[in-house]
Design a protein around this ligand. Structure first.
Ligand code: ACO
Length: 330
């Protein structure tokens, strides 16, 4: 029996990105538009955050409808039929309803009845947490094709009277298809995830089903978040580089969670990153939480920046705190 087990050929599956898609609400809200709602200026927002405009969902656009559109484009891009999908993970902190999981709403909209689907809640880090879960399912041999979606409608949990937060966020969705590919050099090379619940009160929503029974609003200590973001993002980049025995120069593209241009610049300085290798979309999307990385990836691929074979490092940090990285040979 022992000999039989030892002689078994071990299959190594890699999770290769085979498709990518994105979807944004139609309505663009500029900084100038916000000056009519709260006591702010265009200059303050651009100088402190790098944000120029954001998309805001209309009443008939939801987390699941945006996620479905992004998923359809990713599936077309992967040249797969909807029914080829075995797993859907939706990273979101703004589901349509408390339950059922919005991932199952997307599953139904896509006409898939055989896969399994669930929501991943790690706020702005949700997309890298979801990639790790899908990668593990593929590496275990349980899943052939997975849809990993980040979709958010943060506009619904913003306090539009709080100028310290409402100017920072936007709505949108992005999606990738991960396909199991035996023995490939491409695919996800590493995942590193972290959480530290001691800092929950620096960034949170002041409501929920089991506390207030209402949805609540986002609350944040901006400076506190800023300091932890720079520290945690820098350390998770270094962790990924060390683990993969790489130097910062070996990475072709950094695709960070898009919260604030000043966080990205501070991280770049701290770890010695060349700024022309960082994909930046915060100016046009603002912070779209779990959707920001796939939205940025989509742009970078469309613009011909990220190409097959490139080393791409994703990183994110968000409420919890939670933070993490994914290294991909594209
Ligand atoms: N317009 C004009 N003035 C404003 C605005 C606004 N929209 N918001 C705050 N101010 C004022 C404050 O009231 C304060 O005024 P005061 O000096 O008279 O008291 C002044 O601007 C400075 O406020 P600070 O909070 O100290 O401003 P800071 O330079 O820290 O910038 C910001 C605030 C942009 C929120 C910054 O702290 C930040 O980016 N933090 C990171 C937060 C973040 O990105 N969170 C996203 C989620 S976490 C993540 O995704 C990583």
């Amino acid at each position: 029996q022992r000999k039989k087990i030892m002689n078994q050929k071990i299959k190594i599956y890699q999770s290769v990105v085979t498709g990518i898609g994105a979807s944004l609400p139609k309505k663009i809200v500029t900084n100038k538009d916000l000056t009519k709602i709260v006591d702010t200026t265009e200059e303050w927002i651009v100088e402190r955050t790098g944000i120029e405009e954001r998309r805001i969902a209309s009443d008939n656009e939801t987390t699941s409808s945006l996620g479905t559109e992004a998923a359809k484009i990713a599936l077309q891009n992967a040249q797969l039929k909807n029914t080829d999908i075995d797993l859907i993970i939706l990273a979101t902190a703004t589901p349509d309803n408390t339950f059922p999981a919005s991932a199952t709403v997307i599953q139904s909209s896509l006409g898939i009845d055989k896969c399994y689907a669930y929501d991943m809640q790690a706020v702005c880090s949700g997309f890298v947490f979801a990639l790790e879960a899908a990668d593990n399912a593929i590496k275990a041999g349980n899943v052939k094709n997975a849809l990993v979606i980040g979709s958010e409608t943060f506009s619904r949990i913003l306090d539009w009277d709080d100028r310290g937060t409402c100017v920072l966020f936007g709505d949108g969705a992005g999606a990738v298809v991960l396909s199991s590919t035996e023995g490939s050099e491409r695919g996800i090379l590493s995942n590193h995830l972290h959480s530290d619940g001691r800092y929950g009160d620096l960034l949170y929503v002041d409501g929920g089903p089991s506390t207030s029974t209402n949805v609540g609003y986002l609350r944040m200590d901006g400076q506190g978040v800023f300091k932890h973001a720079v520290k945690n993002i820098s350390s998770v980049i270094e962790e990924a580089l060390d683990y993969n025995d790489l130097k910062v120069e070996d990475i072709d593209w950094f695709v960070p969670h898009q919260a604030n241009i000043r966080i990205l610049e501070s991280v770049a300085k701290k770890v010695g990153l060349s700024e022309d290798k960082i994909i930046v979309t915060v100016q046009k999307h603002a912070n779209t939480s779990a959707a920001s990385i796939p939205l940025a990836l989509f742009d970078a691929v469309q613009e011909g920046k990220i190409k097959k074979g490139d080393l791409v490092l994703l990183e994110a940090m968000g409420g919890g705190f939670s933070w993490g990285s994914t290294l991909i040979r594209w």
